[in-house]
Structure formats: structure tokens, C-alpha cells
Design a protein around this ligand. Structure first.
Ligand code: NA7
Length: 538
């Protein structure tokens, strides 16, 4: 199919979540002829798709938004300290409307692949609709959690009831009054168990690795608090962008073992009472995620809370993790309490793995059959690079992105671009930073904009087509740095999607930079100050 003029752009942005919408806004401001494509029928990205009952951000609402629109910050309603999925959806819609982004977006249009033509300096982009686009810059903000992981369990096709992956929820899913199985105990599984167990006939949670779930302390924000936050917003964002985790709370410099056991206990109790998993891990002490002895103290505390909360000792045992408290921290107000209901059960898959799915339910290795009507796969995603490797992306000389990253795992220079793929930019791609997503998306979108602005400058000055490419040495250096920092944390000692361990056969390597958003921004600033030395412009 040929490319109609409406399908040729200076820049094509893929995705309209936090990263994509802002990138679209920035490139429009830059005066480029820019278009976005989005696989969903509306804006929102990850937050469009993850709409299961109880889907909610577990980061405080006043920092789970863009910092750059002061008016929206002050006026857009957020009645509670956390945002439910429909509120986030409404927020994205308001941003897109206010900034006149809707006319620039082609919805229901999914990126399938793209080929770089070095002669013309164009990407030829294919989509699910059959429509091709050509673009000089291809900016992908395709989300780090998009490519669903559904395990291949024998007999799955024979199941007579309904099955759904957490990111595919829809109104046809019948769960009230039904016997529900939830497989998976990450952020999605915990929230789904907590909300569905209210009205399900029974709920069985199949757990391979139990996790540490900190109360969220969901509550309304008072008008006084809101006023105070509005007045302090500039300072709040300044701190967020200089911090490590960007979650909007103070990150103390105090090591855990610097306090006496009694004083430590007071701090842990306070963190538990105040709520929020990230706050518990990063807001009380400086070293819970890096020091084994410190982490063990937090683990002891949480284990005790589980024992105190869950009345049935057998269920409590299944819910008690033996790993480091160093995966993405989880938050929910009711998760542990739900297991005090007679109709809520916990199955330890380490002791009794799933052997097969039958027409009526799930069989486990201990000979039990769990009869269910609905199976919810809260089994996560082929995360980060998995969003890319499912696509047919071919760079210079036809090199495939999948192959380019196969041997050593994904590489990029400061999360923005990879060698041999000129003018392909990532917003929150591999090599980006582990921190609160909206501020990270802003930093990444601005970096992509700056790279494009620089390429355009070179084009006007020197003629030619305007090409940016990450240098191999630069991306290797960034990878080394990412590995070194990851090694200092307990995250690297705890299998998770951060390192690719959740997908069989995937190269195990850090996919995010754990050095904090402040240092990540400093790396970008240094890069810019040195004339973008890690990139070649031609
Ligand atoms: P996660 O955090 O990747 O969690 C997936 C869960 O599914 C995790 O508990 C896995 O167990 C479990 N899983 C995966 N495959 C299987 C099989 N085959 N059998 C049993 N259990 C399995 O995904 P989420 O959607 O919850 O969260 C993703 C991110 O979204 C989250 O971090 C937030 O940033 C928002 P495992 O631990 O691997 O044993």
C-alpha cells in the first residue's frame, strides 16, 4: 500500500499514555508535522488497558500526573490520595482535549513494524489497519507493560468457564457470585484478589512467590491538604526531580541499623500506619533496598504483621514470602484481611504447582482439583524490551531489533536510542530509570524532543536529512553503569520482570537504571552539555 500525503510526517509518536501524550505535545510545540498512533480507541496507554475492578495507581495522586500544566495541577479534581483507573482515564482525556491533541491521533491503529531506509532517512511504518506511515523520526512510547504473559498450561483450551488476562478486562467478565481463580501475586494480582473477593462466591489465589503488601491507607484528601499542595507545587516538583524515586516523599539518609531495635520499630510502625509500599521501602531508611541486614529487619516486621492479620496459620504461611523485600513494592488496604473470609483461599504453587487446567478448573500437583468458573491471569508481562521485540523493527541494513538485543539483552544510550536504529527514539524504553512513571515519562519525552531539536538544527545548518544515532560505545557504557548500579541493590538478587527473569528464555540483565531520577537527569544534562557526545548527528 502506498503512502498518502497525510501519512507522511516529520515525527510519528507511538502510544498515548503518559510518555506519548507529552511527546506529542512537545513535538507539536517544536513546529513539526507530527502524528500519534494508538492501538486503543482512546488515550491513556497502560491505564486504558488495565481496567480490572479495583485498578488503581499505588502512587500518591498529587505526584501521579504531569508537572508541566500548572492549571491542570491546581484544578483537575482528585478527591482521594490514590487514583482509580477511571479517574486516570478522565485525566488523560482532559489533557488531550485541553492541548488539542485529539486531532493528531489515529486511534485503533497498532504499530506492527517499521523499516529504516538509510537512503531517504525515513522509517516506513506498518500498522494493523494496513495503513503505512512514513516518518523521519519514530518516537516510541509504547509502554513497558504491554506484551501480556499468559503461561502455557496444559488443558487451558479445554476450560469451559471464562479466562482473562489482567490487562484485558472487559464488562463481559462475570465474577460476582462466581468461583474465581487468580494466578499471580504482583501488583495486579493483589488488587484483583482484594476487589473480587468482596462479591465472588469463592476466590482462590494461586501464589508462586508471595510478596510483601503494605497497607495503602486510601482516604479522601481534605480541602486544606489540597490547598497546601497547590501552594507548594513548584517545590514539590523540584524535590521530585532531584530525588531518587520521584514519589514525592522525603528519602532519609539514615541507615536502618543506625537506630536501636526499639527506635527502628517505631519507624516501621509509623511507615505501616502511614501506608504505601514505596514509602515503606524508601521513606523511612536509606538502605532497605541495598543492605541485606536492613532488609531482613523490614521482612521480620512485615512477617509479624501478616501473622497478626491472617487468622488461619496455614493461609498465613502461604502468604509469607521467603525472598528479599526487593521487588516492586505492593500496596493494598485489604489484601491480607480478605484471607479471613471463609471463601478466600491461598494455594502455594511452590509446594503444589499447577499441573493442568481441565474443563472445570485447575489441578495442582498435590492431587487437588480447584473447581472454578473464571480464571484471571494476573501473570504479568514480557516487560520493557518485550514491548519492542514482539514487533518487526528493522534498522540499518535490515538488522532486526530482536536480534540486535538478543545476545546481551536490550541496550540503549540513557534510555533514549540504540545503535543501528537511526531516528528511532524511546520514551521509557530499556535503559530508562526506575522511579515514579509520570516524572520519568516527562524526562524521557523532553530528552527525545531535545535530540530531535538538535538533529533539526544540524539539518538546517548543514543540509541533508537530519539523522540521530546512538553510538555503540555510549550505549555499552550506559549498560555497564546500569549493571553496576543494579548490583548494588537487592533488586538484582530477587527475580522479577525488572531483569527479565519472569519470561522463560529471556536474557537476564537489568532493564532499568536503579541510580535514581536525579542522577538519570544529571546524565542527560551532562550529555547535552557535552554536545550530545553519545550520539552521532548527520
Ligand atoms: P508481575 O508483577 O510480573 O506479577 C506477575 C505474577 O504472575 C507474579 O506473581 C508471577 O509469579 C505470576 N506468574 C507468572 N507466570 C506464572 C505461572 N506460570 N504460574 C504461576 N504464577 C505465575 O505483573 P503485574 O501485572 O502484577 O504487575 C506488573 C506491574 O504493573 C507492576 O510491577 C506495577 O508496576 C504495575 P512469580 O513471582 O514470577 O513466581
Amino acid at each position: 500500500m502506498g503512502s498518502a500525503p497525510d501519512n507522511h510526517h516529520d515525527a510519528l509518536v507511538v502510544g498515548t499514555g503518559f510518555g506519548g501524550l507529552y511527546t506529542l505535545h512537545l513535538l507539536k510545540q517544536l513546529g513539526l508535522n507530527v502524528r500519534a498512533i494508538e492501538s486503543a480507541p482512546d488515550v491513556g496507554g497502560t491505564w486504558y488497558w488495565n481496567s480490572y475492578p479495583g485498578a488503581r495507581s499505588d502512587i500518591h495522586s498529587h505526584v501521579y500526573r504531569y508537572s508541566w500544566d500548572k492549571e491542570l495541577l491546581e484544578k483537575h479534581p482528585w478527591p482521594n490520595n490514590y487514583l482509580h483507573q477511571p479517574e486516570l482515564q478522565a485525566y488523560f482525556q482532559e489533557v488531550a482535549q485541553k492541548h488539542k491533541l485529539y486531532p493528531l491521533i489515529h486511534f485503533n491503529t497498532e504499530l506492527r513494524g517499521a523499516d529504516w531506509d538509510d537512503q531517504t532517512g525515513l522509517w516506513i511504518v506498518s500498522t494493523n489497519t494496513g495503513q503505512e506511515y512514513t516518518t523521519r523520526y519514530l518516537v516510541t512510547a509504547i509502554g513497558i507493560l504491554h506484551n501480556k504473559n499468559v503461561p502455557e498450561i496444559p488443558g487451558l483450551d479445554s476450560f469451559k468457564g471464562q479466562t482473562v488476562h489482567s490487562s484485558n478486562w472487559n464488562p463481559h467478565i462475570q465474577w460476582e457470585g462466581k468461583r474465581v481463580a487468580v494466578i499471580g501475586s504482583g501488583a495486579s494480582g493483589i488488587q484483583i484478589v482484594s476487589s473480587l473477593s468482596e462479591k465472588a462466591k469463592s476466590l482462590t489465589h494461586f501464589i508462586r512467590h508471595a510478596q510483601y503488601v503494605i497497607p495503602s491507607r486510601f482516604r479522601a484528601v481534605t480541602p486544606e491538604e489540597r490547598k497546601g499542595i497547590n501552594e507548594r507545587y513548584d517545590k514539590i516538583w523540584e524535590d521530585v526531580f532531584l530525588s531518587n524515586t520521584a514519589f514525592g516523599f522525603v528519602e532519609p539518609g539514615r541507615p536502618t541499623l543506625s537506630l536501636s531495635p526499639e527506635d527502628r520499630e517505631i519507624v516501621f510502625e509509623r511507615l505501616w500506619r502511614e501506608g504505601n509500599g514505596f514509602h515503606f521501602l524508601f521513606g523511612g531508611f536509606s538502605d532497605l533496598a541495598t543492605n541485606e541486614a536492613a532488609n531482613k529487619e523490614a521482612i521480620k516486621f512485615i512477617h509479624r504483621k501478616i501473622k497478626e492479620t491472617v487468622q488461619d496459620p496455614q493461609k498465613a504461611e502461604v502468604l509469607t514470602s521467603s525472598d528479599w523485600f526487593a521487588r516492586r513494592p505492593l500496596t493494598d488496604d485489604h489484601y491480607y484481611e480478605r484471607f479471613n473470609q471463609d471463601n478466600v483461599f491461598a494455594v502455594d504453587l511452590k509446594k503444589a504447582p499447577i499441573t493442568e487446567i481441565t474443563p472445570d478448573g485447575i489441578n495442582t500437583a498435590d492431587g487437588k482439583t480447584h473447581a472454578v468458573d473464571l480464571i484471571v491471569f494476573a501473570t504479568g508481562f514480557d516487560a520493557i524490551d518485550g514491548s519492542y521485540t514482539r514487533l518487526n523493527m528493522r534498522g540499518r541494513n535490515g538488522v532486526e531489533l530482536k536480534k540486535h538485543w538478543q545476545a546481551e539483552g536490550p541496550k540503549s544510550h540513557i534510555g533514549a536510542a540504540t545503535s543501528e536504529f537511526p531516528n528511532l527514539l524511546f520514551v521509557n524504553g530499556p535503559g530508562s530509570v526506575f522511579a515514579n512513571n509520570p516524572p520519568v515519562a516527562e524526562v524521557a519525552a523532553e530528552f527525545a524532543r531535545d535530540l530531535i531539536a538538535r538533529a533539526e538544527e544540524v539539518r538546517y545548518r548543514e543540509g541533508g536529512i537530519g539523522i540521530i544515532e546512538a553510538l555503540q560505545e555510549a550505549e555499552n557504557r550506559w549498560r555497564e553503569q546500569t549493571e553496576q548500579v543494579a548490583e548494588l541493590t537487592l533488586f538484582s538478587k530477587t527475580p522479577s520482570w525488572f531483569f527479565g527473569e519472569n519470561i522463560p528464555g529471556k536474557k537476564v540483565a537489568p532493564r532499568l537504571y536503579f541510580g535514581g531520577i536525579g542522577r538519570f537527569r544529571a546524565a542527560i544534562a551532562e550529555e547535552k552539555a557535552a554536545g550530545f557526545k553519545g550520539f552521532r548527528f548527520r
